[in-house]
Design a protein around this ligand. Structure first.
Ligand code: ASN
Length: 334
């Protein structure tokens, strides 16, 4: 029988209703008591590492989760992290970079409704996660939610209220889970042979600028003084406005001359960026050699940069690491 460790971090799944709204109060042991049937296929233990609304999740918490998995790694066959849904995609992506080449599954799940409510998705999500984590074919960091298994770098919260809250962006679902059966669409564990790597460094000085029509570049100038990298969420396949006498051009020049990192991405959820298509993207990318997120999610782009900048400031190494595929995060490369 598989040994699984469940790590409680809070989120709606563990919430109780109080005078000022839902608050995570249930312990991880209490959560496990709601899925008694899991004992037929796994022996699950639990530890409580945090009990927070995931709105409060920060990079320091990702390191705490990674450390907890590292210290128990040899004692268990798989791990299930219970987490709030609001920042779950960021945590799943961050853990994909912090814990690489894990032959053991590290599953992240949560719920839209607390586990003690009669009509909740929590019990199914937790049961499915334990089921997936007990499967010999499962490996690496994966979100399990609403019967679907999603690569840790490909998840995105796309609905605030419905049970089908997560989508896999620019990548197929790895598996579906129905009534205790795991149906794998991507059964590729044998092709992963790298050695387990667990990292403990992140640089959180990454900023995001989302463009809206008419926006000027002065926010970019401000960010250059406070951050090591900026992700610019542009329109469509990508480009930068050329109005206001080269405002954006000058701001990017400043970033590059300071030896800082600029990554272009798109605010369109599906299909990714390709800056070389239009003149508004092509020339600026060519001139400054900007990085481009292509088919990566924003959550993966943010956390990959934090992981990379935690290890190097060298622009060539940053480029190499950024375009190197980790846990299925980037497939499109020009
Ligand atoms: N459904 C949820 O879990 C939302 C909650 N605010 C959280 O992210 O912790």
């Amino acid at each position: 029988m598989k040994k699984i460790l469940m790590l409680g971090t809070g989120g709606t799944i563990a919430c109780k209703r109080g005078d000022s709204g839902l608050k995570p109060l249930l312990t991880s042991t209490e959560l496990l008591s709601y899925v008694p049937d899991a004992k037929h296929f796994c022996q699950a233990d639990s530890i409580q590492i945090l009990n927070i609304d995931s709105t409060n999740m920060q990079p320091k918490h990702w390191l705490i989760i990674a450390k907890a998995i590292e210290s128990h790694y040899d004692d268990y066959d798989g791990f299930v992290i219970c987490h709030g849904t609001d920042t779950m995609a960021y945590t799943a992506a961050a853990l994909s970079y912090l814990i690489q080449n894990s032959q053991k599954p590290i599953v992240i799940t949560g719920a839209q409704k607390p586990i003690d409510m009669e009509n909740t998705d929590a019990r199914t999500n937790l049961f499915d996660s334990l089921c997936f984590a007990s499967d010999d074919r499962a490996h690496g960091v994966t979100i399990v939610f609403d019967g679907k298994a999603i690569a840790g770098t490909r998840g995105k919260k796309v609905r605030t209220k419905s049970y089908n809250a997560f989508s896999s962006i620019n990548f197929p679902y790895i598996a579906t889970i129905q009534d205790g059966h795991v149906i794998f669409y991507l059964d590729d564990k044998k092709t992963y042979s790298g050695e387990l790597q667990i990292y403990q460094d992140l640089n959180p000085n990454v900023a995001l600028m989302k463009l809206i029509p008419s926006m000027g570049a002065n926010a970019l100038d401000y960010m250059a003084e406070h951050y090591d990298a900026v992700i610019i969420e542009s329109f469509g396949v990508g480009g930068l406005p050329s109005y206001d006498s080269g405002d954006f051009y000058n701001a990017i020049e400043k970033w590059i001359s300071l030896g800082k990192t600029v990554v272009m991405t798109t605010q369109v959820t599906n299909e990714g960026s390709n800056m070389s298509v239009y003149e508004v993207g092509h020339s600026i990318k060519k001139e400054f050699g900007l990085l481009e997120a292509y088919d990566m999610t924003l959550e993966a782009t943010v956390t990959k940069l934090m992981w990379i900048l935690g290890h190097t400031q060298d622009q060539e190494t940053i480029r190499e690491m950024f375009y190197h595929t980790v846990n299925r995060d980037i497939l499109w490369k020009a």
